[in-house]
Unconditional design. Structure first.
Length: 128
């Protein structure tokens, strides 16, 4: 993230791509269920999904590795928050089990990819 190739942007990061897929899926599913979901829960879940991609993008734009890691940690925290909201959505009957499982797995995958980026940058920093 601190060394960029020409024509490479945050949209090229697998973490952002997977986070974006999660974001779009969450928005579409919430739209389908809008008449049955508490409006505040809907808004909060959308904001959390947006935060994942936004924090990854912000991390990419940083030139100081420690700040990049801070943004990535926030993105990882947002992924954990969304995972919690998905569990709650299932328990409240907003989402079916198979939908919750699909989104939960994607959120966990995004979290693991973000952790991989954090580890990579941390390892590079420790060698300096």
């Amino acid at each position: 993230m601190t060394q960029r190739k020409d024509n490479f942007s945050f949209e090229d990061l697998i973490a952002w791509q997977k986070g974006h897929k999660l974001l779009i899926t969450v928005f579409k599913k919430l739209k389908e269920k809008e008449s049955t979901i508490d409006p505040q829960f809907d808004v909060h879940m959308k904001k959390t999904a947006i935060a994942i991609c936004s924090q990854i993008a912000a991390a990419y734009e940083q030139s100081i590795p420690s700040i990049t890691i801070d943004f990535l940690r926030r993105a990882k925290g947002s992924a954990a928050s969304l995972t919690t909201q998905l569990i709650l959505a299932k328990e409240l009957g907003y989402f079916e089990s198979d939908l919750t499982s699909e989104l939960y797995a994607l959120a966990k995958e995004v979290s693991k990819i973000i952790q991989g980026l954090i580890n990579y940058i941390s390892n590079k920093m420790s060698r300096i």
